[in-house]
Write a protein that binds this ligand. Sequence first.
Ligand SMILES: Cc1cc2nc3c(=O)[nH]c(=O)nc-3n(C[C@H](O)[C@H](O)[C@H](O)COP(=O)(O)OP(=O)(O)OC[C@H]3O[C@@H](n4cnc5c(N)ncnc54)[C@H](O)[C@@H]3O)c2cc1C
Length: 480
Amino acid sequence: MPRLSRRSFLAASVALLARPARGAGAPASTAVDVVIVGAGAAGIAAARRVAASGRKFVLIEAADHIGGRCMTDTHTFGVPYDRGAHAIHMPDLNPVTRLTARRGIEVYPAPASQKVRIGRRYAREGELEDFLALQGRANRAIADAARKGDVACAQALPNDLGDWRPAVEFVLGPYGCGKELTQVSAVDFAKSAARNTDALCRQGFGTLVTSFAEGIAVKLSTPATTIDTRRDVTVETPKGTITARAAIVTASTNVIASGAIKFTPELPKRQADAFARLSLGSYDHIALELADNPLGFESDDLVFEKSADSHTAAILANVSGTPLCLIEVAGTFGRDLAAHGEAAMVNFAADWLAGLYGSDVKKAIKRSHATRWNYEPWTLGAFSAAAPGSQGARRILMEPVQNAVWFAGEAVHETSWGTVGGAWESGERAADAVLRRLGPVKEPPSAEASAPPKRRAQRVPAERRQRLEAAPNIMRNESR
Ligand SMILES: Cc1cc2nc3c(=O)[nH]c(=O)nc-3n(C[C@H](O)[C@H](O)[C@H](O)COP(=O)(O)OP(=O)(O)OC[C@H]3O[C@@H](n4cnc5c(N)ncnc54)[C@H](O)[C@@H]3O)c2cc1C
């Protein structure tokens, strides 16, 4: 009897968690108005919009679970572990916090302060202010440079960042964009919407986002292999053929650039180039269960290191008050580390923590896990960041192909790229464009295609910490 590997077992257990209410049978041959490819944040948002219009649609997902890069695993540690997105940026503006979450899902403000480790001690207040002020200066220098042209962010950095330079470069580059600042467009960076206020979800961001797919039928384990637009849209999957009048494709830029989906006719060069110019950076969580809080962290503490070079990480400690600590590795260093496998990643995290807090911490590590998003076949990376000179690629991806295929996903957003909120909005925008093209529905909506129940707008807790003015735009869940 074949045995399940640890990885496939985990995937299966996660799938059970994130399975939508009606993830039913595969189509031998299906005809619909709209086919939506991918059930991550963008695909779920698009499906809700199309469902609400009464149009007939099918949502197909290559993996055996929904959520894509926003999914919560509750099996590995017995507590919610977001393998992808964790922080709900700008919760007052974020589309997912405007929806009412399922009863029992709690969204709360992230704590107000970040910490910095300098060797074996924490930075003093003045040192922390220096760090944040330098981040602010670097941010403004990139914005100034972007007004003149689209250079690499690294070119715009002030020369006098002193011994804080590696830490500033880590926060703005690998931690914020998944890439070194030499590889990131200054215009893309400067256009990004502020991300300096966060909320967190106690049950996991993935739990929150996938709960919004309740009532939406998803065909799981059904990858689109070809999309033919010569006559309407024909999508081939290993489980059958879907014909539709329009398609919304939400697969990541790296998946599309890899050729995993064959387009007939081929994608115009303009779009094919745009996918390549918006390649995904590298960002992973090394999750450690630290028994009895040996380092005295507070719930959801965020800790950076005043590092000497790029071999550094961030700590997201005691996630929602649990013993789970996420060591965040990213950029070139994170990519190289992930290439060596999960054991090497966990070893790095243990050694790095021991260097900052003393070797006793190693004895406190119980269970561990590391994500390797670059090797997830239906994602192939973390999130997009435009190459220098390539910010315009995001707009190009908003253009439909043959008036039949619309792209959506985090990369297809000019300001909230690299976020769940951006992916969600892009999915809604693509659905609106498709629905405009299809025109009004003549027949009343069928029960299958009817909208998920309307929810009252969710109230985000009023108490919101004010972060330092100087904090950079680009950061993910930092600058606290
Ligand atoms: C480690 C990590 C941490 C992050 N942290 C944050 C954070 O704190 N806050 C935040 O806002 N964002 C964060 N992000 C980014 C965020 O997760 C993404 O921007 C967002 O989830 C992308 O959603 P999407 O719908 O565009 O793409 P995806 O989530 O990738 O969805 C696309 C879906 O398409 C499916 N698919 C691919 N190919 C096919 C095919 N051929 N046929 C059918 N289906 C296919 C995939 O399986 C996937 O489910 C993080 C990402 C990572 C990886």
